[in-house]
Ligand binder design. Structure first.
Ligand SMILES: Cc1cc2nc3c(=O)[nH]c(=O)nc-3n(C[C@H](O)[C@H](O)[C@H](O)COP(=O)(O)OP(=O)(O)OC[C@H]3O[C@@H](n4cnc5c(N)ncnc54)[C@H](O)[C@@H]3O)c2cc1C
Ligand code: SF4
Length: 561
């Protein structure tokens, strides 16, 4: 994997397309539009990481942590792990070139078809066949693959035991990980996964098929200029084009951002993630942009829950060893190797998926202390003595769940911070259902559910999601949504039927998703972005219906390869 980014000082004044943010939505947009010969710039607030750069000790992870809320800002604003404190719920997102793909488990699932048939979506999504095309393109690029040896992993066998009380068979989970070395779909060489289990703190092997290793590498090969440590503040319309105000990402928690500069483009794609894109549009509204009153609505946590189980009989091996390995153990496996799919054929919103997971090795030394509030002082002490890989913590279970919620949380800008306002979040039925399943699953292993191990003075007992969705949700018109099915931002000034849009302004990321998916979101976000880029290219006459660049653009595209 090559270094892809340039310093912000080299940002030019003018591009055809500016993409803000470099996660799944941003990566897809930059790759597809640069392939049409467009002059594209990507601006990412975080840093670039190459395999070997990711934090793998507690100290290094702490240095890569930022926490912010309306009243507090800690750590560098460019740190990799970004915890946003809300009023009722907290959100964890990735910050760096590649967005969430740097620190996620790479689980790539297609949601139940009933999700897209729901009235929360504009009807074109389920009717025009382009979402299917989007899924095919994203699957081709990201190559989700289950680990072939999953059934031999200790943690997978523990999941089999945990599944006994249910009528559900464990299945290996498809993840965007290279289990064999070789070139990926973007032609980038990746090493084979060493089964170290550290996916959530970043893959130091280079086996994780991140956005940087795929879409962004392709975009760079097509001539896209990629800039890191630049934060977009807001957009304004100027002489029929878009102006984006950008500042250097502040090193500290300073509230006043420095070195504001502007860049002009015909097309701006907001792909700064659910919180980032909503935040930029809220600031843009303060600078005069007419937007739907729905901005900030339809926030969903995707029923995302991280749970731990303690005291089970027998080892689980749910703690990563890192690369190079910090301990001699049986292979740990990819962070997620297997899952139980609790699909409810009658009631979609009752469906959920539960995956077994691993804690990255950098957090291993913290785990004994996390058990202290549970009163397990003796066990914690034993773990410290015999290392977390051998003592009681070897039987720690970690589970990730994704389900459905009412998707009616609200994002608000308070003191320049995005906060989740959702007083009734803990009453969502998904939490009760998850608790029941966890109690039975862990009971079958002789263990019990550890409530709120990460509770602290700063976070309190509030739930945390790593799957934030919505805020700039799609809708049929400006009364119902912030963007249309193509990701075009509705223009709320016009008197027409609510379908008018701001020409050339798009949201292409998790923010545009109008409801919970009940499955890990990366594949849907990528597929919707693929779909939006097909439509954008057609609408602007940049590509024909089969996606081929128009002749002039094709010549330019070939010249940049
Ligand atoms: C620990 C963890 C584990 C996860 N595991 C999975 C999983 O296994 N499977 C799955 O499907 N999903 C998983 N997710 C969720 C998934 O990674 C996200 O849903 C996905 O990354 C969102 O994609 P996106 O394009 O919407 O935004 P992001 O990937 O969040 O990208 C947005 C980018 O924009 C940048 N940005 C933000 N604001 C600005 C600004 N003002 N200017 C410039 N840049 C900006 C951010 O730094 C970021 O790089 C996980 C998430 C976490 C945190
Ligand atoms: S298990 Fe280790 S090597 Fe494999 S993808 Fe995850 S971090 Fe990389």
């Amino acid at each position: 994997l090559k270094h892809l980014s340039k310093p912000l000082d080299e940002l030019k004044a003018d591009y055809d397309v500016v993409v803000i943010g470099s996660g799944y939505g941003g990566g897809v947009s930059a790759a597809r539009l640069s392939a049409l010969g467009k002059r594209v710039a990507v601006i990412e607030r975080g840093k670039e990481f190459l395999p070997g750069d990711y934090p793998d000790s507690f100290d290094a992870m702490r240095r890569e942590f930022q926490v912010s809320g309306a009243k507090l800002k800690l750590g560098s604003r460019a740190s990799l792990f970004d915890l946003r404190l809300g009023r009722d719920m907290h959100v964890l997102v990735g910050c760096g070139l590649g967005g969430g793909s740097l620190i996620n488990a790479g689980v790539a699932l297609r949601p139940d078809a009933r999700v897209f048939a729901n009235t929360a979506w504009p009807e074109e999504i389920s009717s025009d066949g382009l979402l299917q095309e989007g899924f095919e393109r994203a699957t081709h690029m990201l190559r989700p693959t289950p680990y072939g040896g999953a059934a031999e992993l200790v943690k997978y066998r523990a999941l089999e035991e945990a599944s006994k009380p249910f009528d559900v068979e464990p299945r290996p989970t498809p993840t965007t990980i290279a289990f064999d070395a070789g070139a990926n779909a973007a032609g980038v060489a990746q090493d084979a996964c060493t089964l170290c289990g550290d996916c959530l703190s970043g893959c130091n092997v280079g086996a994780k098929t991140t956005v940087a290793a795929t879409y962004l590498s392709l975009a760079a090969a097509n001539g896209t200029e990629i800039f890191t440590q630049g934060s977009a503040r807001y957009v304004t319309r100027q002489d029929g084009r878009w102006s984006v105000a950008v500042c250097e990402t502040p090193e500290t928690g300073a509230r006043t951002e420095v070195s504001e500069r502007t860049v002009i483009a015909d097309v701006v794609i907001l792909a700064a993630g659910t919180l980032g894109s909503t935040e930029i549009l809220m600031r843009s509204r303060e600078h005069g942009l007419a937007l739907s009153k729905r901005l900030g609505d339809r926030f969903s946590s995707n029923g995302d829950i991280i749970a731990f189980g303690y005291g089970a009989k027998g080892r689980v091996n749910a703690i990563g060893v890192g690369h190079p390995p910090k301990a001699e153990t049986d292979p740990i496996g990819p962070c997620v190797a297997g899952q139980l799919d609790f699909r409810d054929g009658d009631e979609l919103n009752n469906s959920l998926v539960m995956q077994e997971g691993t804690v990255p090795s950098g957090l291993a030394s913290l785990l004994p202390a996390l058990l202290l509030p549970g009163g397990k002082i003796l066990d914690a002490a034993k773990s410290l003595l015999s290392s977390v890989y051998k003592g009681p913590l070897a039987s720690l279970h970690a589970f990730f769940l994704a389900g459905h919620d009412s998707s009616n949380g609200r994002l608000e800008l308070e003191n320049d911070a995005m906060v989740v306002d959702w007083p009734e979040i803990t009453n969502q039925p998904v939490y009760r259902r998850a608790d029941e399943i966890l109690a039975e699953a862990l009971g079958a292993r002789g263990g019990s559910h550890l409530q709120n191990p990460f509770e602290s003075r700063i976070t309190g007992k509030k739930p945390v999601t790593a799957h934030p969705l919505g805020g700039c949700a799609m809708g049929q018109d400006a009364d119902q949504g912030v963007v249309n099915h193509k990701g075009q931002v509705f223009d709320a000034t016009s008197d027409g039927d609510g379908s008018a849009v701001h020409d050339g302004l798009y949201v292409c990321d998790g923010a545009a998703i109008p409801r919970s998916l009940g499955a890990n979101p990366l594949l849907t976000i990528s597929s919707l972005a693929e779909r939006a880029m097909i439509l954008l290219a057609r609408d602007r006459g940049w590509a024909s219906d089969d996606g081929a660049p128009r002749a002039r653009e094709k010549r330019k595209a070939e010249a940049t390869l």
